[in-house]
Design a protein around this ligand. Structure first.
Ligand SMILES: Cc1cc2nc3c(=O)[nH]c(=O)nc-3n(C[C@H](O)[C@H](O)[C@H](O)COP(=O)(O)OP(=O)(O)OC[C@H]3O[C@@H](n4cnc5c(N)ncnc54)[C@H](O)[C@@H]3O)c2cc1C
Length: 491
């Protein structure tokens, strides 16, 4: 490979493509190199061969951030014709022997449903919803610049509101603001998305933003699956002259065409390997030393009908957090953090047919599930997840027609960013949301002119929001091409 291009992007995950789109829209020639045979990294929808025509979201499935993130708000997937469906119930938390706790898209419906716990849920979220965009910017900013929505007094007041709520859920006093079993369990189910300590700052920050969005844009999914997001990004890239090469794994800088900028949608470790011998010693050491977090182990099921939830209302929710009460989930996550496999792991479940009938083919439907396990755990998660769902949906086992399991230790086989099943591409603590993958003023720079990291291993954090790629590309535009103003992303 020798021909010169303006910019090379390694990896076609949402962040790699967000970077590529930004660069191409600035008028640069852009080539994307993807190791896998399919495009999209953590946002792919694939036929796993389990049942004819049934497709599975092999990583991400639920996408509030693909609507609410500043990158996607400007890119505007809906205006490009992409259809998203938003379930009436954003997420549900089944509880042993009692009705499930439900978070409806509509806040007031949630408050009514929660009964005497409702007012504390309203007190927590209603003030944040007044300026939801501020909280999104606070969470998804680069942590190096003042986000545009925070430059006035109401914006600053929102920071205080957000911070107080976050702090309230990050300490052992977390049961004070949310004092009922239902609200505690609802919040903790969302906090568990960060696969970390409960309570802790990182998980509390994740939950405060995502739970708020459940009552704002909702928790939608693209019709047909996550791949639709990737298809829109690729279409825009190609419309601006960019190209994606699949089956093109990059192991060293010599594998890439000469370019003025290289943006790596890779793990921190892989970035150090690609630029081996070229990075300043302190950067190389920091990238190689960036710790992985705990892991996910995935099972994609094919069912011959809906999950028979004991509380039928759970079957109307887009996402189900399966783990029981706050105390039960905190104990399971603590066991994972100690490096052991809990008998009753926290599981995430989504049945897309509930809100997108197109996913059911000949009476068969996909069920998206994963559970939290220790880093690099080799255990087959099938029985753990089946057992946890059976706990709240007796008879679930009889609905299973086929399944495909991926232990954490094998997750990197379909995405080398997910070392040992760490789907966050590096530990997500509050500190590591600010300083990922290293402590630096410019977390996207690899310390070599023209080399940038743009994956979820940089700020703000993991998720399908494109922000890491957008921030890295804007730095590349400025420092390598003298382009100060970010190009418009509008359709
Ligand atoms: C099971 C699971 C469930 C999730 N659920 C959600 C969810 O519901 N909602 C949500 O918002 N997020 C979810 N996520 C997280 C989300 O998918 C990721 O945070 C997001 O995809 C990160 O995007 P990225 O572009 O940084 O990296 P990735 O999406 O991981 O993409 C990286 C790409 O780079 C390629 N690559 C890496 N190294 C090389 C190399 N050396 N050469 C060539 N190519 C390379 C990889 O093959 C991959 O395609 C989930 C993740 C998993 C695994």
């Amino acid at each position: 490979m020798s021909s010169e291009v303006d910019a090379v992007v390694v990896g076609s995950g949402p962040n790699g493509l967000a970077a590529a789109v930004t660069l191409a829209r600035a008028g640069l020639s852009v080539e994307v190199f993807e190791a896998q045979s399919t495009i999209g990294g953590g946002a792919r929808t694939l036929d796993l061969g389990l049942a004819p025509g049934v497709t599975h979201d092999i990583c991400s499935a639920v996408h509030p951030l693909a609507i609410a993130s500043p990158f996607f708000a400007e890119f505007d997937l809906r205006a490009r014709g992409m259809e998203l469906t938003t379930p009436e119930i954003s997420y549900a938390q089944p509880l042993d022997g009692k009705p499930a706790a439900l978070a409806f898209h509509d806040l007031e419906t949630t408050v009514d449903h929660l009964g005497e716990a409702g007012p504390e849920w309203r007190r927590f979220f209603a003030p944040l919803l007044e300026r939801a965009d501020d909280s999104v910017w606070l969470s998804l900013g680069d942590k190096r610049s003042v986000p545009p929505t925070l430059r006035d007094l109401p914006g600053l007041a929102n920071v205080v509101k957000f911070g107080l709520r976050l702090l309230g859920q990050a300490t052992p006093a977390w049961n004070v603001p949310l004092s009922h079993e239902s609200t505690q369990a609802l919040f903790t189910g969302v906090a568990s998305h960060a696969i970390g300590g409960l309570p802790a700052m990182g998980t509390a920050a994740t939950a405060t933003m995502l739970s708020m969005l459940a009552h704002d844009v909702g928790w939608p999914s693209p019709v047909g699956g996550s791949q639709a997001i990737i298809d829109e990004l690729v279409a825009d890239l190609e419309a601006h002259g960019g190209r994606v090469h699949t089956d093109a794994r990059i192991d060293h800088v010599a594998d890439m065409p000469a370019a003025r900028a290289y943006l790596l949608d890779t793990s921190a470790l892989n970035a150090a390997q690609i630029f081996a011998g070229l990075l300043p010693a302190h950067v190389d050491k920091a990238l190689r030393g960036f710790k992985n977090g705990n892991a996910a182990a995935k099972v994609d099921f094919v069912l011959d009908g809906p999950v028979p939830w004991a509380d039928p209302a759970v079957g109307r929710a887009g996402t189900i957090h399966v783990g029981g009460s706050r105390a039960q989930m905190a104990a399971a996550e603590a066991t994972v953090m100690s490096g052991r496999m809990p008998a009753d792991p926290v599981c995430l479940v989504s049945d897309p047919t509930v809100f997108d009938p197109s996913r059911e083919v000949n009476g068969l439907r996909p069920l998206w599930t994963y559970c939290h396990v220790p880093f690099d755990c080799p255990l087959d998660p099938t029985e753990y997840i089946t057992g946890q769902i059976e706990r709240f949906a007796p008879g679930f086992r009889d609905r299973i027609v086929a399944h495909n399991a991926i232990p954490a230790s094998e997750m990197a086989g379909h995405n080398q960013n997910y070392i040992g099943g760490d789907i966050a591409t590096g530990v997500v603590s509050f500190y590591r949301m600010m300083a990922r993958p290293r402590t630096s003023w410019d977390n996207y720079s690899l310390g070599v002119p023209g080399a940038f990291l743009c994956s979820a291993a940089t700020p703000p954090a993991p998720g399908v929001h494109g922000m890491n790629g957008w921030f890295a590309a804007r730095r590349a535009l400025k420092s390598r091409f003298g382009i100060d103003e970010a190009p418009s992303l509008a359709p």
